[in-house]
Design a protein around this ligand. Structure first.
Ligand code: SF4
Length: 459
């Protein structure tokens, strides 16, 4: 995973006519890339059973844990920031809640509820969601209250004695996909968990849709008003796994298209004399393949990805982070010497990682390194559940713009400046227009706040 951007959470839920704990365990393991700090499972067998851990799914859950989680329906969670699912005793019976996203007005809502005499343990988003939901007499009223009060993004699963409730905020920021097998019904943050459990991908949960999953299959209990869609565009460029599909667009297809746009731009601007195109693994692979397919330039790996290296951002200081980042990717020297390389990556955040990679290639004898970036320059941090860097840390923010909107001339000037900063022979980004066009999803249905600064919740 890239050291500077992470999704915060992944959720998975399954209803079956047979014990299904092991499949839930597998389901969250297939979502591990969406959060590696905590994991948890809750199941129902007349009561809610719940176990959470600090750590990754495969390293944390023991056979004994899985035996202690009996049930034919349940939910699971992986997270970067907190333990979920959380379990509650309530007038609606025992429930367990797991969610993915971020609430922008959480402090305001907590204050308002505390003024009404409610107490909070740590004030986590999942705690706030649970309390708003449980204040209402029934699940549909609970989901309606959430939609009315919460500003932000949430995909949510709630385990109850009646089955599993699943919903998505009314903008549909974070993905949530339904899947089905023989007497099995599931919902997942990404389709890869469904596909790998041999479930058929049925469809995306609609923004604002309230679904009950039980022995009857999927039942839509309500459809809340959705002012507009705002699917996170970053999912296709970086966050989601390349074997996933969401909103009928395969992630690999999207990345290929984004890489092809970069190749097309090079062709349109007079062509680029290069010997090979290579990815920064792993997130640059789909983009580099797209560049290769459009340009017919040889595709060649120039870095070996060390699957045993831990993530660089968990290290306690910058020196340790950089040492770990070095362990993660080593140069394939034979492929690099004397070559003119087009190096594809998904995005540039702080710029330190790409600078190190360009330097590594130059030290290994690369004649030229031309960096091609699938996403437009990142200008704003995310408010909707992706851990990006702060305003001040974003590299493009350090460049002095003449205006707030990036015109073609300003983009060229920024690219020239970034190339100088990272030691590359050239840098090109996709423009926002090319980026949206490559995805093929109407701009009005996407969240592009990372690039244009516009919160879809305020349009
Ligand atoms: S701000 Fe960026 S990362 Fe966050 S939801 Fe919008 S597009 Fe995605």
């Amino acid at each position: 995973m890239k050291d500077s951007i992470q999704d915060n959470c992944g959720i998975f839920a399954l209803y079956s006519n047979a014990p299904c704990t092991y499949e839930i365990f597998q389901g969250i393991d297939f979502l591990q890339h969406r959060g590696q700090e905590y994991c948890g499972i809750a199941t129902f067998n007349g009561q809610v059973n719940q176990i959470t851990h600090h750590g990754k799914v495969l390293n944390s859950f023991t056979d004994q844990d899985l035996e202690n989680l009996p049930g034919t329906w349940g939910i699971g969670h992986v997270s970067l920031k907190e333990r979920q699912p959380v379990k509650w005793q309530s007038l609606q019976g025992e429930i367990a809640v797991a969610f993915s996203g971020n609430i922008i007005n959480d402090q305001e809502l907590i204050r308002e509820m505390m003024n009404r005499g409610m107490a909070f343990w740590r004030g986590y988003n999942v705690e706030l969601i649970s309390k708003i939901f449980l204040e209402q007499p029934d699940p549909v009223a609970g989901f309606t209250a959430l939609a009315e009060k919460i500003k932000g993004a949430y995909s949510l699963v709630i385990l109850t004695r009646d089955g599993i409730y699943a919903t998505r905020d009314v903008y549909g920021f974070r993905p949530l996909i339904l899947g089905q097998g023989q007497s099995k019904y599931a919902v997942s943050s990404e389709s890869r968990a469904l596909q790998n459990l041999e479930l058929t991908v049925v469809r995306d949960v609609r923004p604002g849709e309230i679904v009950l999953i039980n022995s009857q299959g999927f039942t839509t209990l309500g459809q809340l008003h959705s002012p507009r869609r705002a699917h996170c565009a970053f999912e296709w460029a970086y966050t989601a796994s390349i074997d996933s599909v969401m909103e009928n667009l395969w992630v690999m297809e999207a990345r290929n298209n984004l890489g092809a746009r970069l190749a097309q731009r090079d062709q349109d601007e007079g062509g680029l004399n290069a010997d090979l195109v290579a990815p920064v693994p792993m997130s640059g692979i789909g983009h580099a393949i797209g560049y290769h397919m459009r340009s017919h330039l040889n595709f060649q790996e120039v870095f070996l990805y060390n699957r045993y290296a831990d993530r660089s951002y968990t290290q306690s200081n910058q020196v340790a982070r950089e040492a770990m980042a070095k362990r993660k990717l080593s140069v394939l020297h034979h492929a690099v010497k004397d070559q003119r390389i087009v190096l594809c990556d998904d995005s540039i955040v702080r710029g330190t990682q790409i600078l190190n990679k360009v330097m590594d290639l130059k030290r290994a004898g690369a004649r030229e390194v031309h960096v091609r970036v699938a996403c437009p320059p990142l200008m704003y941090p995310c408010d909707f559940g992706i851990s990006t860097r702060t305003y001040e840390e974003l590299m493009a923010r350090k460049y002095q713009f003449r205006g707030d909107i990036i015109s073609v001339e300003e983009l060229r000037a920024l690219e020239h400046w970034v190339a100088g900063q990272i030691g590359a022979d050239s840098v090109k980004y996709n423009s926002l227009e090319a980026f949206v066009d490559a995805l093929g999803i109407p701009q009005a249905n996407l969240c592009l706040k990372c690039w244009d600064g516009i919160r879809p919740t305020e349009t």
